[in-house]
Design a binder for this molecule. Structure first.
Ligand SMILES: Cc1ncc(COP(=O)(O)O)c(C=O)c1O
Length: 379
């Protein structure tokens, strides 16, 4: 099996699963319970928080455990909008964000907030000057993703953060879901106030995430309940999931530190092979993230290619998993000005540190054979 759909989700690492099982068996008590078992679950939770903070170079009090990327983005955006609505009603984001950002913004628009969706260039880059130009006296939030989930575009997060320091009223949120463990980013140096992470994108277990919240940034809770996580995210903490996530984050960051070129080499090999194939158009930016390659074969339905590759036990995706069930063109590619025929036929290959050069070689060989076969059938 060749699994090249790591931006949709990753396979949990065996050591991560071992940590999950141990925590679920031994530290099953509610961390809020007063008895000894509750106390040991709480101690484990505190140790996880400390390690997550160390890995992200932030304070322990700045880590809020959530259920994943969608919740983190909702909490960051709605939490800021509702908390700051007396200061202004304007939000700035980009046209190429994940649906968990775009749909949240659309919901806020229906409640009277104003949202500017800043446009992007042909590779999905947003220019910091365009963000700057969109700022008004009413602006309370800027939300920009670190790495685009369809193209791999790396946004100029630090430059935007530096620019925003001149606007203390504005909270800066970054959706870091696709970047974490793949593309280095210093949260503090980038002047980020809210930063979303999701465990299942870096070999953790589904259902865990982190929302980093700068200690001087205030948001409104979106769940009412027992007051866990500084009363900003009520609900009994998922101790095994959190333990597994922190382990997975450590492993991913170690990989990034020890083998910084590995993903780039896989991408180079893939791009080299795609270049030689007739009718293949690559959309990902040359200087994009090392783990995502998006390409089209105009005239070919991407579902057909995905299924044909699936027959050979090779797994890739059309656009992003969240929107791949409807067969419209990719909204991200359309926002980049890619023609309809290409935006409708996009395929995404996404790597993780578990993939190998041999897998890329085999993938290229099978892709070539499959395309030749499909073109013949279509003729
Ligand atoms: C950029 C981005 N943000 C947010 C999410 C949502 O994360 P989750 O699946 O953990 O809710 C995803 C998932 O694909 C994503 O790619």
């Amino acid at each position: 099996m060749i699994y090249f759909d790591n931006s949709a989700t990753t396979k949990p690492h065996p050591d991560v699963l071992a940590s999950y099982t141990e925590a679920a068996q031994t530290y099953f008590a509610n961390p809020s319970s007063l008895h000894r078992l509750g106390g040991s679950a709480e101690q484990l939770l505190t140790a996880c928080r400390k390690q997550a903070a160390q890995l992200l170079h932030v304070g322990e009090d700045e880590i809020l455990f959530t259920s994943g990327g969608t919740e983190g983005n909702n909490l960051a955006i709605k939490g800021t909008a509702y908390r700051k609505k007396r200061l202004g009603n304007h939000i700035i984001t980009t046209a190429v964000e994940h649906p968990s950002v775009l749909e949240t913004c659309a919901e806020l628009e229906s409640q009277g907030f104003k949202v500017t969706y800043v446009d992007v260039d042909m590779y999905g880059y947003v220019a910091p000057e365009k963000i700057k130009a969109a700022i008004t006296d009413e602006t309370i939030l800027v939300s920009v993703m670190h790495v685009n989930n369809e193209l791999g575009t790396i946004q100029p997060i630090k430059t935007i953060g530096q620019m925003l320091t001149a606007h203390p009223k504005i909270t800066y949120h970054v959706d870091g879901v696709q970047g974490a463990g793949k593309v280095a980013l210093d949260i503090k140096e980038s002047h980020i106030h809210l930063y979303t992470l999701s465990a299942h994108k870096f070999h953790g277990v589904k259902g865990s995430g982190i929302l980093y919240k700068d200690e001087n940034t205030h948001i409104a809770a979106q769940l009412s309940g027992g007051g866990q996580e500084q009363a900003l995210r009520s609900g009994t903490e998922n101790v095994p999931g959190i333990t597994a996530m922190v382990k997975a984050l450590r492993l991913a960051m170690e990989e990034l530190r020890n083998h910084p070129a590995k993903l780039f080499e896989l991408k180079e090999k893939l791009l080299g092979g795609l270049e030689k194939m007739d009718g293949v158009i690559v959309h990902s930016p040359p200087a994009g993230a090392p783990h995502i390659v998006n390409f089209s074969v105009p005239g070919l339905k991407p579902e057909v290619l995905v299924h044909a590759l699936g027959e050979k036990d090779i797994y890739v995706s059309t656009k992003s998993a969240c929107s791949s069930k409807n067969s419209d063109a990719s909204a991200v590619l359309l926002a980049c000005g890619v023609p309809d025929a290409q935006a409708e036929s996009a395929i995404r290959v996404s790597f993780s540190y578990e993939n190998t050069q041999a897998e890329v070689d085999y993938f290229l060989q099978i892709l070539k054979e499959t395309l030749t076969h499909l073109k013949k059938v279509m003729r």
